[in-house]
Design a protein. Structure first.
Length: 118
């Protein structure tokens, strides 16, 4: 996937392993539910959601789904994220576990509040 330049989220998803696609669609739906007015874009060649600025990104990897909400939510929700591998701006959701969709929605709403100043 690294050699393909994507223009839409649909293009990105069309290249994903079908075994992971369902999880990415679940993640996509959770993000859209939490930020229904956000614009779905490609940024850094990954699906991203923008409302004034980028809220979050996601990407498929070999053994996990990367969720990139910037660094502040990872600090704020460190207790809720303790069971996941995290780095400064990334969370790794293992492919063999259910996605924490409620937590994803909370994080997206947190980012939306940050960006909109609410």
């Amino acid at each position: 996937m690294e050699n393909i330049k994507f223009n839409t989220v649909e293009e990105y998803l069309s290249t994903v392993n079908p075994e992971i696609l369902g999880k990415l669609e679940e993640l996509r739906a959770a993000i859209r539910e939490a930020a229904p007015d956000s614009q779905e874009v490609i940024s850094y060649n990954m699906p991203a959601y923008k409302q004034k600025q980028i809220l979050v990104y996601f990407a498929a990897a070999k053994n996990h789904i990367g969720f990139y909400p910037t660094s502040s939510p990872i600090k704020v929700f460190s207790e809720e994220l303790k069971d996941y591998k995290t780095s400064k701006g990334a969370i790794q959701f293992p492919l063999d576990e259910p996605l924490p969709l409620d937590l994803v929605k909370i994080i997206v709403q947190f980012r939306l509040d940050q960006v909109l100043g609410t």
